[in-house]
Design a protein around this ligand. Structure first.
Ligand code: SF4
Length: 478
């Protein structure tokens, strides 16, 4: 008869669940913050005033802990590859190498550093960008019903209410618009004044009763002065057809002090009370990619929002190589969110095809394997879907693929609705749209094919899509 210990070994699971306590890393291990008090750390103004915005400030924080090579690597990345400038609140910095005094090697290997503070040597040397990578790779601006309001799905819209965030992520999908320009990317600017843009959004929602769901995003809503955000959401709550409102804020994790401040908590309570009274579901969506970023302060912020009366706090992470593209890392993160912070794991998006993102992206078949590997551990309602945001299509669960050329890494997807720019286009529901795996993940024959075709102007799918949009536009012309 097998002993208990032997039975344990036999029943070993691919992932072993352990309930872990959340830990706030000790910021005093960093030279610049040795004397910072808990009161200062908890103060949102102190956090905002001490953000790291450039290499000089990064040196001030880490001092001699990091080798010159690391600073030079980060500087070269900003000069030659970065699509986002550096912006890191102390809270975010403190989650890098959280359990030790950081060394150069530990910083290079750290998952948070890899996506929040990219360095040149992280990027793929041969194919830093996919040949079909582009700014605004999801074509959101093409689908603006009014400036900043993307109407892609039939019943829901994305309201980009501002173009800034308290932190800038290296892989930002909205690198086209969000943040400061970098040597590589001159950011697009909204043309309307903020007040006119928000007015136009509200008017569009009032006159389009088919829209029931508004994602209020940016940027990050934590950068909008609270009274302006509250006034905007209050106007949305007056629109009869709006039934779901989700506020998008990575700062719930990167700057939880914002969501813990008194004015935000009391304002959110007012909004949540109105929402409940009108039967509208008001939720917060955040963006956490690594378990070590779920700290007690993040849990406090999430719980404060739930106490204020929001229906849910959900996480939409991004699947990133070197950060979380591993079943254990994903499950550790989901359990930290769920057990420790009452944040619902919701989605992991595959990293979009923006410039210089190849080292972060994973192939669709890898994402499918990850989805398979994380099933069955979390409650069904908290098991995140891994989704691919396919250009001109929208979110597709990674198993919804129609066809897949594994050698060249080209997957084909269809959709079951028309986006806002397809009108009565008869082919919109049958056309296959393409998505591309990172070239370094392909077999040698596939990589050789791309070496010969990298300069092709347009793929078949894009050409067909462009023809279709022109046909649809012509059809609605008087
Ligand atoms: S918080 Fe969101 S919008 Fe802001 S930089 Fe990060 S990914 Fe982009």
């Amino acid at each position: 008869m097998a002993s208990l210990r032997e039975e344990d070994a036999l029943s070993e699971q691919p992932y072993r669940y352990i309930q872990r306590d959340l830990v706030e890393p000790d910021w005093r291990r960093l030279p610049a913050w040795q004397d910072v008090t808990p009161g200062q750390w908890a103060d949102v103004q102190w956090q905002r005033a001490h953000c790291v915005k450039n290499l000089r400030q990064l040196r001030q924080v880490y001092g001699g802990l990091l080798a010159e090579e690391f600073y030079a690597d980060a500087e070269r990345d900003q000069a030659e590859r970065a699509t986002m400038s550096i912006l890191l609140p102390p809270q975010m910095v403190n989650t890098m190498v959280p359990d030790a005094v950081p060394s150069t090697g530990a910083m290079y290997a750290d998952p948070v550093r890899r996506y929040m503070l990219p360095v040149f040597s992280d990027r793929d040397r041969t194919w830093p960008s996919h040949p079909h990578a582009s700014r605004d790779s999801l074509h959101e601006a093409e689908m603006w019903a009014v400036e900043g309001l993307t109407h892609r799905y039939p019943t829901k819209v994305l309201a980009e209410v501002l173009p800034t965030c308290p932190q800038y992520c290296g892989h930002c999908t909205r690198m086209d618009l969000v943040g400061n320009s970098t040597p590589l990317v001159a950011k697009h600017k909204f043309e309307l004044k903020p007040v006119d843009r928000l007015d136009a959004m509200v008017e569009y929602l009032r006159t389009n009763p088919g829209v029931r769901d508004v994602v209020v995003s940016g940027g990050d809503v934590a950068n909008m002065p609270w009274p302006r955000l509250e006034a905007f959401v209050a106007r949305l709550l007056e629109i009869e057809n709006v039934r779901d409102i989700r506020l998008a804020s990575k700062a719930l994790m990167g700057l939880p002090q914002h969501w813990l401040s008194d004015d935000v908590r009391s304002g959110m309570e007012r909004l949540a009370t109105t929402a409940r009274g009108r039967g509208v579901m008001l939720a917060i969506h955040t963006h956490v990619n690594a378990a070590q970023q779920v700290t007690p302060l993040v849990a406090d912020a999430a719980k404060a929002m739930l106490e204020a009366g929001v229906r849910d706090v959900r996480n939409q992470g991004v699947l990133l190589r070197g950060v979380n593209a591993d079943a254990h890392q994903l499950l550790d993160l989901c359990f930290a969110l769920l057990d420790g912070a009452a944040i619902m794991p919701y989605y992991f998006y595959m990293c979009d095809m923006i410039p210089n993102a190849e080292h972060w992206r994973v192939a669709v078949h890898q994402a499918q394997r990850l989805q398979h590997a994380i099933m069955g551990y979390l409650p069904g309602f908290a098991t995140p879907r891994i989704v691919c945001d396919v250009p001109y299509v929208g979110k597709r669960w990674v198993h919804q693929i129609e066809e897949y050329d594994r050698e060249r890494g080209i997957s084909y997807w269809t959709k079951n609705y028309r986006t806002g720019i397809e009108g009565s286009d008869p082919a919109a529901l049958t056309r296959a749209y393409e998505y591309y795996d990172p070239i370094d993940t392909l077999p040698e024959q596939g990589q050789a094919w791309w070496r010969g075709h990298a300069g092709d102007a347009m793929t078949t799918g894009h050409a067909l899509a462009a023809a279709s949009r022109q046909a649809a536009a012509a059809a609605v012309m008087p």
